[in-house]
Design a protein around this ligand. Sequence first.
Ligand SMILES: *[C@@H]1O[C@H](CO)[C@@H](O)[C@H](O)[C@H]1NC(C)=O
Ligand SMILES: *[C@@H]1O[C@H](CO)[C@@H](O)[C@H](O)[C@H]1NC(C)=O
Ligand SMILES: *[C@@H]1O[C@H](CO)[C@@H](O)[C@H](O)[C@H]1NC(C)=O
Length: 208
Amino acid sequence: MGMKTLHVILLIFLSLFGAFCYSLPLSTRGRWIVDSETGSRVKLTCLNWAAHIDTMVAEGLHTQPIKDIVAKVTLMGFNCIRLTYATFMWTRPDYGNKTVAQSLDSMNLTQAREGIARNNPQLLNLSLQDAYEAVVDAIGANGLMLVLDNHVSKPMWCCASEDGNGFFGDMFFDPKEWVQGLTQVASRFKGKPQSDEFITGGGNELEE
Ligand SMILES: *[C@@H]1O[C@H](CO)[C@@H](O)[C@H](O)[C@H]1NC(C)=O
Ligand SMILES: *[C@@H]1O[C@H](CO)[C@@H](O)[C@H](O)[C@H]1NC(C)=O
Ligand SMILES: *[C@@H]1O[C@H](CO)[C@@H](O)[C@H](O)[C@H]1NC(C)=O
């Protein structure tokens, strides 16, 4: 084993075990996000992962197994992922109840479908909602924190001032439906991970 390899292994070891532990769910103190038990500050270092675009499938799942993607996020030093979603996936049956395969087929994304069949076959016949949950579970299993990010109402590339997703009353932004979507997501995911679990992340704990 060369010196370089040894250094890399040592770095990985340090970044895994030198990390802080957080007790979840996190809490707030004034303007700060804090550990609910110790009260010390927790800094979220999130990577953005898009799942709000037309297919409503988390991007990149056709290229690598989901657990490999999540492991890489951890190794890069992030302690959190911001996973985006579109409201319609939770509020409109014709959006959320499609399977991953059906969603990709409807846009003729043949290569992406084949890629998912190869790299993440367990996701292909799940509904879009269940596939989203599988991504959430994989993120949690790797000890990362998660921000469930309501990015748009109608799934599409964001954001333009004329895209109908911008503000209450815009073409796709019905406030009632928005609240309905937030409620669906909150009730579906509120128990994840179990509240007695502790997770580790690579974030910094800062002094005030
Ligand atoms: C999808 O179907 C299930 C079962 O039929 C239903 O409970 C759920 O509300 C539907 N999802 C949406 C987004 O309408
Ligand atoms: C997919 O391909 C079919 C057949 O070629 C075509 O009719 C349809 O418009 C295509 N759909 C999209 C979203 O490009
Ligand atoms: C998904 O469903 C199709 C038919 O409904 C089936 O042919 C295929 O084997 C299934 N794929 C996986 C990975 O389960």
